[in-house]
Design a protein around this ligand. Structure first.
Ligand SMILES: CC(C)(COP(=O)(O)OP(=O)(O)OC[C@H]1O[C@@H](n2cnc3c(N)ncnc32)[C@H](O)[C@@H]1OP(=O)(O)O)[C@@H](O)C(=O)NCCC(=O)NCCS
Length: 330
Protein backbone atom coordinates (compact mmCIF):
# COMPACT_ATOMS: atom_id res chain seq x y z
CA UNK A 1 0.00 0.00 0.00
CA UNK A 2 1.15 3.52 -0.82
CA UNK A 3 0.37 6.65 1.18
CA UNK A 4 -3.06 8.11 0.31
CA UNK A 5 -2.75 11.11 -2.03
CA UNK A 6 -4.58 12.88 -4.87
CA UNK A 7 -4.18 11.27 -8.27
CA UNK A 8 -2.94 13.28 -11.22
CA UNK A 9 -1.89 12.77 -14.82
CA UNK A 10 1.91 12.44 -14.93
CA UNK A 11 2.36 11.33 -18.55
CA UNK A 12 0.47 11.55 -21.83
CA UNK A 13 0.78 9.96 -25.26
CA UNK A 14 -1.17 9.55 -28.46
CA UNK A 15 -1.15 7.67 -31.72
CA UNK A 16 -2.94 8.42 -34.96
CA UNK A 17 -2.78 6.22 -38.04
CA UNK A 18 -0.99 7.82 -41.03
CA UNK A 19 -3.80 7.25 -43.49
CA UNK A 20 -5.96 10.38 -43.92
CA UNK A 21 -9.46 10.06 -45.37
CA UNK A 22 -10.73 13.45 -46.55
CA UNK A 23 -14.30 14.59 -47.14
CA UNK A 24 -13.43 14.87 -50.83
CA UNK A 25 -12.54 11.17 -50.89
CA UNK A 26 -15.82 10.35 -49.10
CA UNK A 27 -17.66 12.13 -51.92
CA UNK A 28 -16.51 9.26 -54.15
CA UNK A 29 -17.75 6.61 -51.69
CA UNK A 30 -21.25 7.83 -50.73
CA UNK A 31 -23.77 10.48 -51.81
CA UNK A 32 -22.34 13.40 -49.82
CA UNK A 33 -20.33 16.59 -50.20
CA UNK A 34 -17.41 18.16 -48.40
CA UNK A 35 -19.64 21.20 -47.86
CA UNK A 36 -22.45 19.15 -46.21
CA UNK A 37 -20.06 17.31 -43.91
CA UNK A 38 -18.10 20.39 -42.86
CA UNK A 39 -21.07 22.68 -42.25
CA UNK A 40 -23.11 20.02 -40.41
CA UNK A 41 -20.28 18.52 -38.34
CA UNK A 42 -17.08 20.62 -38.51
CA UNK A 43 -15.13 17.60 -39.79
CA UNK A 44 -12.73 17.88 -42.76
CA UNK A 45 -10.79 14.64 -42.49
CA UNK A 46 -10.21 11.62 -40.27
CA UNK A 47 -7.53 8.96 -39.77
CA UNK A 48 -8.10 5.35 -40.78
CA UNK A 49 -6.05 2.49 -39.34
CA UNK A 50 -4.35 -0.04 -41.62
CA UNK A 51 -6.03 -3.41 -42.11
CA UNK A 52 -3.29 -5.08 -40.06
CA UNK A 53 -3.52 -2.48 -37.30
CA UNK A 54 -5.93 -3.36 -34.48
CA UNK A 55 -7.03 -1.30 -31.47
CA UNK A 56 -4.37 -2.84 -29.20
CA UNK A 57 -1.62 -1.83 -31.65
CA UNK A 58 -2.73 1.80 -31.56
CA UNK A 59 -3.19 1.60 -27.78
CA UNK A 60 0.35 0.31 -27.26
CA UNK A 61 1.85 3.11 -29.36
CA UNK A 62 0.00 5.74 -27.32
CA UNK A 63 0.89 3.95 -24.06
CA UNK A 64 4.62 3.85 -24.87
CA UNK A 65 4.63 7.60 -25.47
CA UNK A 66 2.74 8.22 -22.21
CA UNK A 67 5.19 6.06 -20.23
CA UNK A 68 8.13 7.94 -21.73
CA UNK A 69 6.48 11.24 -20.89
CA UNK A 70 6.04 10.05 -17.28
CA UNK A 71 9.69 8.85 -17.13
CA UNK A 72 8.40 5.38 -16.26
CA UNK A 73 8.99 1.88 -17.59
CA UNK A 74 6.25 -0.69 -18.31
CA UNK A 75 7.23 -2.58 -15.12
CA UNK A 76 6.35 0.51 -13.04
CA UNK A 77 2.65 0.22 -13.97
CA UNK A 78 0.31 -1.35 -11.38
CA UNK A 79 -3.00 -1.24 -13.29
CA UNK A 80 -4.01 -1.11 -16.97
CA UNK A 81 -7.42 0.08 -18.17
CA UNK A 82 -8.38 0.30 -21.84
CA UNK A 83 -11.50 2.24 -22.79
CA UNK A 84 -12.80 0.97 -26.12
CA UNK A 85 -15.90 -0.16 -27.98
CA UNK A 86 -13.74 -1.66 -30.70
CA UNK A 87 -11.68 -4.27 -28.81
CA UNK A 88 -9.43 -6.53 -30.88
CA UNK A 89 -11.92 -9.28 -29.96
CA UNK A 90 -14.60 -9.91 -27.31
CA UNK A 91 -11.99 -11.48 -25.06
CA UNK A 92 -9.23 -11.45 -23.96
CA UNK A 93 -9.65 -7.84 -22.98
CA UNK A 94 -7.63 -5.41 -25.09
CA UNK A 95 -6.00 -4.27 -21.83
CA UNK A 96 -4.54 -7.78 -21.43
CA UNK A 97 -3.13 -7.62 -24.97
CA UNK A 98 -1.66 -4.21 -24.18
CA UNK A 99 -0.08 -5.55 -20.97
CA UNK A 100 1.62 -8.32 -22.90
CA UNK A 101 2.79 -6.14 -25.79
CA UNK A 102 4.18 -3.50 -23.44
CA UNK A 103 6.02 -6.09 -21.37
CA UNK A 104 4.28 -4.87 -18.22
CA UNK A 105 4.10 -6.99 -15.05
CA UNK A 106 1.13 -9.34 -14.44
CA UNK A 107 -0.94 -6.47 -13.06
CA UNK A 108 -4.75 -6.15 -13.26
CA UNK A 109 -5.85 -5.29 -16.80
CA UNK A 110 -9.40 -4.78 -18.02
CA UNK A 111 -11.50 -2.96 -20.60
CA UNK A 112 -14.41 -0.62 -20.07
CA UNK A 113 -17.16 -0.21 -22.65
CA UNK A 114 -18.88 3.14 -22.21
CA UNK A 115 -18.23 4.49 -25.72
CA UNK A 116 -17.14 8.12 -25.97
CA UNK A 117 -17.12 8.69 -22.19
CA UNK A 118 -14.56 5.89 -21.76
CA UNK A 119 -11.45 7.99 -21.20
CA UNK A 120 -13.08 9.93 -18.37
CA UNK A 121 -14.59 6.78 -16.81
CA UNK A 122 -11.15 5.14 -17.06
CA UNK A 123 -9.39 8.07 -15.38
CA UNK A 124 -12.08 8.09 -12.67
CA UNK A 125 -11.63 4.38 -11.91
CA UNK A 126 -7.84 4.54 -11.94
CA UNK A 127 -7.76 7.62 -9.72
CA UNK A 128 -9.72 5.76 -7.03
CA UNK A 129 -7.03 3.08 -6.83
CA UNK A 130 -4.30 5.70 -6.62
CA UNK A 131 -5.89 8.06 -4.13
CA UNK A 132 -6.81 5.11 -1.89
CA UNK A 133 -3.14 4.13 -1.94
CA UNK A 134 -3.86 0.70 -3.45
CA UNK A 135 -1.71 1.33 -6.53
CA UNK A 136 0.96 3.87 -7.39
CA UNK A 137 0.86 4.08 -11.19
CA UNK A 138 -2.04 3.34 -13.54
CA UNK A 139 -2.16 3.37 -17.32
CA UNK A 140 -5.44 4.46 -18.92
CA UNK A 141 -5.66 4.10 -22.69
CA UNK A 142 -8.59 5.17 -24.86
CA UNK A 143 -8.25 3.52 -28.25
CA UNK A 144 -10.71 3.01 -31.08
CA UNK A 145 -10.73 1.52 -34.53
CA UNK A 146 -14.20 2.80 -35.40
CA UNK A 147 -13.51 2.25 -39.09
CA UNK A 148 -13.95 -1.48 -38.36
CA UNK A 149 -17.56 -1.02 -37.20
CA UNK A 150 -18.53 1.78 -39.58
CA UNK A 151 -20.93 1.06 -42.42
CA UNK A 152 -19.08 2.63 -45.33
CA UNK A 153 -22.27 2.61 -47.40
CA UNK A 154 -24.26 4.66 -44.83
CA UNK A 155 -23.66 8.37 -45.44
CA UNK A 156 -25.41 9.37 -42.20
CA UNK A 157 -22.70 7.74 -40.08
CA UNK A 158 -19.58 7.05 -42.14
CA UNK A 159 -18.67 10.73 -42.45
CA UNK A 160 -18.40 11.11 -38.67
CA UNK A 161 -15.92 8.59 -37.33
CA UNK A 162 -12.17 8.03 -37.25
CA UNK A 163 -9.47 5.93 -35.58
CA UNK A 164 -6.86 6.80 -32.97
CA UNK A 165 -5.60 6.37 -29.43
CA UNK A 166 -4.65 8.49 -26.45
CA UNK A 167 -3.07 7.39 -23.17
CA UNK A 168 -2.49 8.79 -19.71
CA UNK A 169 -0.32 7.58 -16.86
CA UNK A 170 -1.73 8.45 -13.46
CA UNK A 171 0.19 8.68 -10.25
CA UNK A 172 0.07 10.34 -6.84
CA UNK A 173 0.71 14.11 -7.00
CA UNK A 174 1.67 16.63 -4.31
CA UNK A 175 -0.26 19.52 -5.85
CA UNK A 176 -3.38 19.66 -8.01
CA UNK A 177 -4.53 16.46 -9.71
CA UNK A 178 -8.07 15.21 -10.25
CA UNK A 179 -10.26 17.50 -8.16
CA UNK A 180 -13.73 16.19 -9.01
CA UNK A 181 -15.53 13.70 -11.21
CA UNK A 182 -19.11 13.51 -12.41
CA UNK A 183 -20.26 10.33 -14.18
CA UNK A 184 -23.69 9.20 -15.35
CA UNK A 185 -25.65 6.94 -17.68
CA UNK A 186 -29.14 6.61 -19.14
CA UNK A 187 -29.71 3.08 -20.41
CA UNK A 188 -33.22 4.08 -21.53
CA UNK A 189 -31.64 5.93 -24.44
CA UNK A 190 -29.36 3.07 -25.46
CA UNK A 191 -31.11 2.63 -28.80
CA UNK A 192 -29.96 6.04 -30.05
CA UNK A 193 -26.56 4.68 -30.97
CA UNK A 194 -25.61 1.03 -30.91
CA UNK A 195 -24.05 -1.92 -32.66
CA UNK A 196 -26.98 -4.38 -32.74
CA UNK A 197 -25.49 -7.79 -33.56
CA UNK A 198 -22.58 -10.00 -32.60
CA UNK A 199 -23.41 -10.19 -28.89
CA UNK A 200 -25.50 -12.76 -26.98
CA UNK A 201 -28.81 -11.11 -27.97
CA UNK A 202 -28.22 -11.39 -31.72
CA UNK A 203 -25.25 -13.67 -32.39
CA UNK A 204 -23.53 -13.38 -35.75
CA UNK A 205 -25.27 -15.20 -38.60
CA UNK A 206 -25.32 -14.92 -42.36
CA UNK A 207 -28.53 -12.86 -41.98
CA UNK A 208 -27.02 -10.40 -39.49
CA UNK A 209 -24.10 -9.85 -41.83
CA UNK A 210 -26.38 -9.37 -44.83
CA UNK A 211 -28.54 -7.01 -42.72
CA UNK A 212 -25.41 -4.95 -41.91
CA UNK A 213 -26.16 -5.35 -38.21
CA UNK A 214 -22.48 -5.46 -37.24
CA UNK A 215 -22.10 -1.75 -37.90
CA UNK A 216 -22.96 1.37 -35.87
CA UNK A 217 -26.65 2.34 -36.12
CA UNK A 218 -27.44 5.87 -35.01
CA UNK A 219 -30.36 8.24 -34.65
CA UNK A 220 -28.25 11.36 -35.21
CA UNK A 221 -30.81 14.12 -34.84
CA UNK A 222 -32.26 12.65 -31.61
CA UNK A 223 -28.77 12.18 -30.15
CA UNK A 224 -27.91 15.74 -31.08
CA UNK A 225 -30.79 17.07 -28.97
CA UNK A 226 -29.65 15.25 -25.84
CA UNK A 227 -25.93 15.81 -26.35
CA UNK A 228 -25.94 19.57 -25.81
CA UNK A 229 -27.76 19.37 -22.47
CA UNK A 230 -25.82 16.30 -21.30
CA UNK A 231 -22.44 17.89 -21.98
CA UNK A 232 -23.35 21.15 -20.26
CA UNK A 233 -24.93 19.38 -17.27
CA UNK A 234 -21.98 16.98 -16.88
CA UNK A 235 -19.49 19.87 -16.85
CA UNK A 236 -21.59 21.68 -14.24
CA UNK A 237 -21.80 18.46 -12.21
CA UNK A 238 -18.01 18.46 -11.95
CA UNK A 239 -17.37 22.20 -11.55
CA UNK A 240 -20.19 23.30 -9.23
CA UNK A 241 -19.13 21.20 -6.20
CA UNK A 242 -15.79 23.03 -6.38
CA UNK A 243 -17.48 26.42 -6.70
CA UNK A 244 -15.82 26.96 -10.10
CA UNK A 245 -17.27 29.39 -12.63
CA UNK A 246 -16.66 29.48 -16.39
CA UNK A 247 -13.91 32.10 -15.98
CA UNK A 248 -12.00 29.82 -13.56
CA UNK A 249 -11.57 27.18 -16.28
CA UNK A 250 -8.50 27.46 -18.49
CA UNK A 251 -9.67 24.97 -21.08
CA UNK A 252 -12.48 22.50 -21.64
CA UNK A 253 -11.37 19.35 -23.45
CA UNK A 254 -14.60 17.96 -24.88
CA UNK A 255 -15.48 14.78 -26.70
CA UNK A 256 -15.29 15.79 -30.36
CA UNK A 257 -18.62 14.70 -31.88
CA UNK A 258 -19.94 17.72 -33.74
CA UNK A 259 -18.92 21.40 -33.79
CA UNK A 260 -22.55 22.48 -33.51
CA UNK A 261 -23.02 20.38 -30.35
CA UNK A 262 -19.85 21.85 -28.87
CA UNK A 263 -20.72 25.45 -29.71
CA UNK A 264 -24.21 25.09 -28.24
CA UNK A 265 -22.91 23.34 -25.09
CA UNK A 266 -20.20 25.99 -24.65
CA UNK A 267 -22.80 28.74 -24.88
CA UNK A 268 -24.89 26.98 -22.24
CA UNK A 269 -21.83 26.76 -20.00
CA UNK A 270 -20.98 30.44 -20.51
CA UNK A 271 -17.60 29.62 -22.06
CA UNK A 272 -15.69 31.73 -24.55
CA UNK A 273 -14.65 30.17 -27.84
CA UNK A 274 -10.97 30.11 -26.82
CA UNK A 275 -11.84 28.03 -23.74
CA UNK A 276 -12.70 24.94 -25.79
CA UNK A 277 -10.10 22.77 -27.45
CA UNK A 278 -11.17 21.51 -30.86
CA UNK A 279 -9.53 18.99 -33.17
CA UNK A 280 -12.54 17.30 -34.79
CA UNK A 281 -11.80 19.05 -38.07
CA UNK A 282 -8.71 16.82 -38.42
CA UNK A 283 -9.81 13.57 -36.74
CA UNK A 284 -13.61 13.37 -36.62
CA UNK A 285 -15.22 11.47 -33.75
CA UNK A 286 -12.84 8.83 -32.35
CA UNK A 287 -15.18 7.85 -29.50
CA UNK A 288 -13.20 7.37 -26.24
CA UNK A 289 -9.97 8.38 -27.98
CA UNK A 290 -11.33 11.82 -28.91
CA UNK A 291 -11.01 13.53 -25.52
CA UNK A 292 -7.76 11.66 -24.81
CA UNK A 293 -6.07 12.81 -28.03
CA UNK A 294 -7.45 16.33 -27.55
CA UNK A 295 -5.90 16.49 -24.07
CA UNK A 296 -2.53 15.27 -25.33
CA UNK A 297 -2.54 17.83 -28.15
CA UNK A 298 -3.57 20.71 -25.89
CA UNK A 299 -0.73 19.91 -23.47
CA UNK A 300 1.79 19.48 -26.31
CA UNK A 301 0.79 22.87 -27.70
CA UNK A 302 1.49 24.48 -24.33
CA UNK A 303 -2.15 25.49 -23.82
CA UNK A 304 -2.23 23.89 -20.35
CA UNK A 305 0.29 24.90 -17.68
CA UNK A 306 0.91 23.85 -14.11
CA UNK A 307 -1.87 25.15 -11.85
CA UNK A 308 -4.41 25.52 -14.67
CA UNK A 309 -7.83 24.03 -14.06
CA UNK A 310 -9.19 22.11 -17.03
CA UNK A 311 -12.42 20.18 -17.60
CA UNK A 312 -12.71 16.94 -19.54
CA UNK A 313 -16.28 16.51 -20.78
CA UNK A 314 -17.85 13.70 -22.81
CA UNK A 315 -21.07 11.93 -23.75
CA UNK A 316 -21.58 8.79 -25.77
CA UNK A 317 -23.42 5.57 -26.48
CA UNK A 318 -25.18 4.00 -23.53
CA UNK A 319 -26.00 6.78 -23.13
CA UNK A 320 -23.12 7.63 -20.86
CA UNK A 321 -21.48 10.86 -19.82
CA UNK A 322 -18.62 12.06 -17.71
CA UNK A 323 -16.82 15.22 -16.73
CA UNK A 324 -13.74 15.79 -14.63
CA UNK A 325 -11.92 18.81 -13.24
CA UNK A 326 -8.14 18.47 -13.19
CA UNK A 327 -5.67 20.96 -11.79
CA UNK A 328 -2.63 20.44 -13.96
CA UNK A 329 0.30 19.34 -11.84
CA UNK A 330 3.18 18.92 -14.30
C1 LIG B 1 -25.38 13.16 -37.78
C2 LIG B 1 -25.62 14.65 -37.87
C3 LIG B 1 -24.37 15.36 -38.33
C4 LIG B 1 -26.72 14.91 -38.91
O1 LIG B 1 -26.98 16.28 -38.99
P1 LIG B 1 -28.50 16.78 -38.96
O2 LIG B 1 -28.45 18.24 -39.16
O3 LIG B 1 -29.11 16.25 -37.70
O4 LIG B 1 -29.07 16.08 -40.23
P2 LIG B 1 -30.31 15.08 -40.35
O5 LIG B 1 -29.93 13.77 -39.73
O6 LIG B 1 -31.50 15.78 -39.82
O7 LIG B 1 -30.37 14.90 -41.88
C5 LIG B 1 -30.69 15.99 -42.73
C6 LIG B 1 -30.64 15.52 -44.15
O8 LIG B 1 -29.28 15.30 -44.53
C7 LIG B 1 -29.14 14.00 -45.12
N1 LIG B 1 -27.83 13.48 -44.84
C8 LIG B 1 -27.44 12.71 -43.82
N2 LIG B 1 -26.12 12.44 -43.94
C9 LIG B 1 -25.69 13.07 -45.05
C10 LIG B 1 -24.43 13.18 -45.66
N3 LIG B 1 -23.33 12.58 -45.18
N4 LIG B 1 -24.34 13.91 -46.79
C11 LIG B 1 -25.41 14.54 -47.30
N5 LIG B 1 -26.63 14.48 -46.75
C12 LIG B 1 -26.77 13.74 -45.63
C13 LIG B 1 -30.25 13.20 -44.50
O9 LIG B 1 -30.56 12.10 -45.31
C14 LIG B 1 -31.36 14.22 -44.40
O10 LIG B 1 -31.97 14.29 -45.65
P3 LIG B 1 -33.56 14.42 -45.76
O11 LIG B 1 -33.90 15.71 -45.06
O12 LIG B 1 -33.78 14.44 -47.23
O13 LIG B 1 -34.11 13.22 -45.06
C15 LIG B 1 -26.07 15.24 -36.52
O14 LIG B 1 -27.39 14.82 -36.24
C16 LIG B 1 -25.20 14.82 -35.38
O15 LIG B 1 -24.03 15.14 -35.34
N6 LIG B 1 -25.78 14.13 -34.38
C17 LIG B 1 -25.06 13.67 -33.24
C18 LIG B 1 -24.30 12.45 -33.62
C19 LIG B 1 -23.31 12.06 -32.59
O16 LIG B 1 -22.86 12.88 -31.83
N7 LIG B 1 -22.95 10.80 -32.60
C20 LIG B 1 -21.94 10.28 -31.78
C21 LIG B 1 -22.38 10.18 -30.39
S1 LIG B 1 -20.95 10.09 -29.43
Amino acid sequence: MCESKKAGIIGLGMYLPDNVLTNKELEKMVDTTDEWIFTRTGIKERRIARNDEATSDMAVNAAREALKDAYLKPEDIDLIIVATITPDMFFPATACLVQEKLGARLVPAFDISVACSGFIYGLAIASQFISSGTYKHALVVAAEKLSAITDWSDRSTCVLFGDGAGAAVLGPVDEGGILSTHLGADGGKGDLIKLPAGGSRIPATKETIEGRLHFIKMNGSELFKHAVKIMADAALGATQPLGLKAEDIKLVIPHQANIRILNAAAKRMGLKQNQIYLNLERYGNMSAASSAVALVEAVKKGLIKKGDKIVLDAFGGGLTWGAMVIEWSK
